[in-house]
Design a protein around this ligand. Structure first.
Ligand code: 4UV
Length: 568
């Protein structure tokens, strides 16, 4: 069970920066003293430079930035600011400064192309963008395309030649300003107050902005903390999985909910230190593990594969690692076994969640040092779940069906999209689009995905987005996209394409044309969309796309058995 008094009147920065987490878990013990000793000095360290900033310093900087944003740009409650940046030591500062003023943050992948960014900016109508200098060209192009003349751009890092205002400039301005008025909420209000608009395609269609409240995030942190018996004095300090003063990696992208909530906020809540990487580089990660004595890894399955297969691992010093969490895509029992052979004796298991559930739904329990292999773990505290079978009945233990979840972490729905919200959030139950089995011992196995979503390296690829883009290509009459299995990335997007009659007959006359057309289609995607969406799973020419009577693509019928005549 969760603590009886949940802080549903706090914003995220009030919870993380102003309060002591201990307050919410009702613990007083020797361990609490240890928490204070280690936790108040916890810090974020930049992998590349070793530069660090402590939590109290982060608070000072976020508060100064809030004052700067307020005085210079008049940022107000409910204004929306997007962050378009790779991981950066000031990422969280931008988030918390905006939250202090009641603003909303929409984190966006730094790998987005101009057209993808344009689409996302149009959906959320933001007033401001925090942009990393490496993303400025794309950002300015997208802003011009949407005619966003009034949109303010603040540069996150401080490039030498920037004519634009930077976070440093605004912090300097803020330091000279009188205190701003911190957003203050009445009990219950944090449940509805939007903190983040994060992109997810959900169970169907194009990416949508998920409305995640301050309470969703705070609740999910407390759910995970309670589930892990954080600071539970009946559990010996040595047996705790997360301890204040531990050192955690931060290679997961912060625009993705797993990185943003678990790897950043949860880790700081637990009083742990973070080593933040700008761009994931495995050999650099190995060096950081040794240099910073990293104890906790938060990774996705392809990174687990690297630990198992990369040649540099043999000579790496991994002795500091005590815990490794893998999630965002299925982790097989086989991969888990291989990883445990490389990292014996550690706490190891999966987390499972969704953007729509802010995100954590399951984690491996503290009672299992190593989670049941292949299992996503157990439902975190305060989560209700039901499994609905194909014929609409509630499943028994051991029986497969679609998973629905309810709890304080279930988000508010999709921004400006009532229909999709009603289809996915049904009487408070979140329809996950995942097929799961729950065993009577609490183990949850996520065995299939019935929604259209494709996951490449744990990142979302929405078939509808690729299909829409393919349809504008002059050679293509119809198209559908599915994910095909891949040992490293988990899945890769594959397009099934019906060619225009002219191209189809050209191939019939000269099969060599097929490769040329494939190259054109591949380039059509690779020049317009982020790399993880490229059609590396292949382009297959077919006579027709299987569809339902209402015209909906039947993705499940797209497989190797599909009768293919064109281009054979
Ligand atoms: O919306 P999203 O991109 O969200 C995520 C969240 C991953 C998390 C969250 C909390 C954790 O503690 C953690 O370890 C990982 O990925 O994609 C949601 C979909 O990704 C698939 C599943 O289809 C979700 O609906 N997915 C995520 N985690 C797993 C998974 C998993 N462990 N096993 C199988 N599928």
């Amino acid at each position: 069970p969760l603590p009886t008094h949940m802080p549903d009147y706090l914003t995220i920065p009030q919870f993380i920066l102003d309060k002591s987490p201990i307050e919410f878990l009702n613990r007083t013990s020797e361990d609490t003293a240890r928490f204070y000793a280690a936790g108040t000095t916890c810090m974020m360290i930049e992998e590349e430079t070793g530069q660090h900033i402590t939590l109290p310093q982060m608070k000072e900087r976020a508060n100064a930035l809030a004052r700067g944003l307020k005085s210079r740009y008049g940022l107000r409650e409910n204004d929306i600011a997007s962050i378009f940046s790779p991981n950066h030591i000031d990422y969280a500062i931008c988030v918390w400064a905006t939250h202090r003023l009641g603003g909303i943050i929409s984190p966006m992948s730094s790998t987005l192309t101009t057209s993808e960014l344009e689409y996302q900016l149009k959906l959320i109508h933001c007033n401001m963008m925090f942009v990393h200098s490496s993303c400025l060209t794309v950002a300015l192009e997208a802003i011009t395309k949407i005619g966003g003349v009034g949109l303010t751009v603040v540069v996150i890092d401080s490039p030498i030649n920037s004519k634009l205002m930077t976070v440093d400039n605004l912090v300097d301005i803020g330091l000279k300003m009188p205190p701003y008025k911190d957003l203050s909420l009445v009990p219950g209000e944090a449940r509805k107050k939007i903190a983040f608009l994060c992109f997810s395609s959900g169970t169907t269609g194009l990416p949508k902005a998920v409305m995640i409240s301050h309470f969703n995030v705070i609740c999910n942190i407390i759910q995970a903390a309670t589930f892990n018996h954080l600071y539970d004095s009946s559990i010996k300090w040595e047996e705790q999985r997360f301890r204040a003063g531990d050192v955690s990696s931060l290679v997961l992208p912060l625009y993705h909910i797993y990185g943003l909530v678990m790897n950043l906020h949860y880790v700081l809540f637990a009083g742990m230190n973070l080593v933040i990487s700008g761009k994931f580089d495995f050999t650099k990660m190995l060096k950081s593990i040794k240099d910073y004595r990293i104890s906790h890894l938060w990774i996705v399955p392809p990174q687990a594969v690297l630990f198992c297969k990369h040649a540099a691992v043999k000579s790496a010093d991994l002795s500091s690692i005590r815990c490794c969490l893998v999630g965002a895509a299925p982790v097989t029992a086989d991969l888990s076994r291989q990883l445990l052979a490389v990292l014996p004796g550690i706490h190891f298991g999966q987390g499972y969640g969704m953007t729509e559930s802010s995100p954590t739904i399951t984690m491996f329990p503290l009672s299992q040092k190593v989670g049941t292999l292949g299992s996503a773990g157990h439902f975190v505290s305060g989560t209700m779940a039901k499994i609905v079978t194909a014929d609409g009945k509630l499943a028994a233990y051991g029986e497969a069906g679609e998973l629905f979840v309810k709890g304080g972490q279930v988000s508010l729905g999709y921004y400006n999209n009532l229909q999709e919200t009603q289809d996915t959030f049904i009487d408070g139950w979140l329809k996950t689009g995942d097929v799961a089995i729950v065993h009577s011992n609490g183990d949850v196995f996520v065995i299939d995905r019935i929604k259209e979503l494709i996951k490449v390296k744990g990142l979302q690829v929405a078939p509808a987005e690729l299909e829409g883009h393919l349809l504008v290509h002059p050679d293509i009459a119809d198209a559908a996209v599915i994910g095909v299995p891949d040992e490293y990335t988990g899945q890769l997007p594959r397009a099934y394409v019906v060619l225009q009659p002219e191209q189809a007959s050209a191939i019939k006359h000269d099969p060599r044309c097929a490769e040329e057309i494939r190259t054109r289609i591949f380039e059509h995607v690779s020049t317009a969309l982020a790399k993880h969406k490229w059609l590396k799973g292949g382009i297959v020419f077919v006579d027709a796309i299987p569809k339902s009577s209402s015209g909906k693509i039947l993705h499940r019928l797209l497989n190797d058995e599909l009768v293919i005549t064109v281009g054979k």
